[in-house]
Design a protein around this ligand. Sequence first.
Ligand SMILES: COc1nc(N)nc2c1ncn2[C@H]1C[C@H](O)[C@@H](COP(=O)(O)OP(=O)(O)OP(=O)(O)O)O1
Length: 169
Amino acid sequence: MTLTPMCPCLLTRHSPTGRREVLLGRKKTGFGTGKIVGLGGHVEPGETPLAATVREVAEESGIQVEPADLREAAALTFLFPAKPEWDMQVIVFVGDRFTGEARECDEIAPRWCPLDDLPVQDMWDDNQYWLLQVMDGPHLTATFEFAADGETVETSRIELGPTGIGDEG
Ligand SMILES: COc1nc(N)nc2c1ncn2[C@H]1C[C@H](O)[C@@H](COP(=O)(O)OP(=O)(O)OP(=O)(O)O)O1
């Protein structure tokens, strides 16, 4: 099994009204076009997931973040039995210290989304199982297997995380 290494990043801030927001973005090209995803992308050969995250956030949004200001929040495996070439190993980083204002690029249109009103209809199905949990919770390790449609999570296994070992969904 070959897993493509990916590194989504979830930066958070508080809006002027005190609402907590996470920086996501609408994919404009390529895999998952139209979906709202975390900023990030492929980990290049020889690159650490942390270095890849810092690079991708800067490339996609112009935001600068220091490696020391990011925390690894989750290690997720996404499996697509009907499309194994989509299988990926995803290391999620979170942080709330950064500089700069998010700006759009060719690949993605960043947007701040309230954590209590996420655009779930436009996000990958797996997000409902882990995104909010990892914002402040302990590190999560999980595997999600997608149905033949390549869209719907068929099984989710939280292997290590706040709810303990072997939590099947
Ligand atoms: C398959 O399910 C996914 N779920 C979630 N939650 N997030 C995903 C999924 N697939 C991709 N992502 C994230 C990972 C990245 O942060 C973005 C973009 O991923 P993509 O595969 O489109 O990567 P590229 O933008 O093509 O990568 P490069 O910038 O390196 O070209 O979505």
